[in-house]
Design a protein around this ligand. Structure first.
Ligand SMILES: [Fe+2]
Length: 277
């Protein structure tokens, strides 16, 4: 049963928690969890980098912090490149293939694992998306019932975004792919346009937003949450019968971690609304 039958439902997008990075990050994650429980959010979608080093201990800490939401089945995640390091915590975050469907009242969510074995190395953080993955996402969206909000969630960015730090700038200058968007990102958007209303991702820690609006078809929004623990806030979307009704932000009002520069710019956030086509 996925129809919301006229009842508004709420959805929150989290990303890049990096649980285990330091004490401030873990406290920010606790604040986010408390905030989501108090707000009685219907569904939370978490787009990867749940852990900082992919350690089993970090995954256990995440599961403890978000236990009320996980135990209620109101939080689902996909792995990010950081989750593939260490003990490969990413395996536990998504089992049974690279594309999977999760449903909830009023929601049809296609989860995509955009990580790859090269993510064992921190300097090889870029994602991977195959032609088969793109076809599977299209097929999974075709199974969405009428009246459900269609969402694709994955970790890596599908469109080019500005580099965020010196390491990414240097890597790009010497031709390393670690800061690049998914090689088939635009192909994915072309395949799912008209079938999908929301594409949610993370990886880059500065929030961003795109909208694809081709004439005669429903618009598709592509949202990067940024790092929720650094920002101390998360985007809240309400939907009714498959359409977005309204949106806003939930904020924890905690002091964001300062250990990862440039924190001030992260906290300020960046909203880049770009009309494509
Ligand atoms: Fe991250």
């Amino acid at each position: 049963m996925v129809r919301s039958e006229g009842k508004p439902r709420t959805l929150v997008h989290l990303s890049d928690l990096h649980v285990g990075r330091d004490a401030a990050t873990d406290e920010a994650a606790r604040a986010l969890s408390r905030m989501l429980v108090e707000a009685r959010v219907d569904q939370v979608l978490l787009t990867g980098d749940v852990t900082h080093r992919g350690l089993a201990t970090e995954l256990a800490r995440y599961e403890s912090i978000f236990a009320p939401l996980l135990e209620a089945g109101r939080l689902v995640a996909v792995p990010g490149n950081h989750d593939r390091m260490g003990d490969d915590a990413g395996r536990a975050l998504m089992r049974g293939g690279r594309v999977a469907v999760t449903t909830a009242p009023g929601l049809h969510v296609v989860r995509v694992d955009s990580t790859a074995p090269h993510n064992r190395s921190l300097i090889d953080g870029h994602g991977e998306l195959s032609i088969r993955d793109v076809a599977d996402v299209r097929m999974a969206l075709s199974e969405a019932p009428r009246g459900a909000l269609t969402v694709v969630m994955l970790h890596h960015h599908v469109l080019p975004l500005p580099v965020e730090d010196l390491a990414e700038r240097l890597a790009t200058l010497v031709g390393l792919p670690c800061a690049d968007e998914l090689p088939l990102g635009e192909d994915l958007l072309g395949e799912i346009h008209g079938r999908c209303k929301l594409v949610l991702h993370g990886h880059r820690h500065v929030p961003a937003e795109f909208q694809v609006a081709l004439r005669g078809e429903m618009p598709m929004r592509i949202l990067n949450a940024g790092s929720s623990t650094i920002l101390g806030r998360a985007r809240l979307l309400a939907h009714v019968d498959g359409s977005l009704a309204w949106e806003g932000w939930l904020a924890t009002h905690t002091v964001a971690p300062r250990s990862w520069a440039p924190a001030a710019r992260f906290r300020a956030g960046v909203r880049a609304a770009v009309a494509v086509a």
